[in-house]
Design a protein around this ligand. Structure first.
Ligand SMILES: [Zn+2]
Length: 96
């Protein structure tokens, strides 16, 4: 069975810390979602609220991959970097 390694757990803690303590980090990721989608963030969030699919973004510092995810996703698989690091736009906005 695959218990997450200490390294992976530390990565998760570090990332959660960034998300919770650094509004600018969140804002940066939200801006990257807007750029990637070519739409306003509130439009994207509104769509996610009424749909079962949301736009998410990888929260690794060195990765800006966007993906579709569940509206409440906090640790989905990132196809670009292979980490469990994709967070939904609604979570980034603090709406969930
Ligand atoms: Zn990634």
């Amino acid at each position: 069975m695959s218990d997450p390694s200490l390294g992976a757990r530390m990565e998760r803690i570090t990332r959660d810390f960034h998300l919770q303590r650094e509004p600018s980090f969140r804002a940066l990721k939200l801006a990257q979602i807007e750029k990637s989608e070519g739409r306003e963030i509130m439009e994207i969030a509104e769509e996610a609220t009424f749909d079962s699919v949301a736009v998410g973004i990888c929260t690794e510092l060195s990765c800006d991959c966007t993906a579709h995810c569940e509206p409440d996703a906090t640790a989905n698989y990132c196809e670009a970097c292979g980490r469990q690091s994709v967070v939904s736009v609604l979570v980034l906005l603090g709406l969930i």
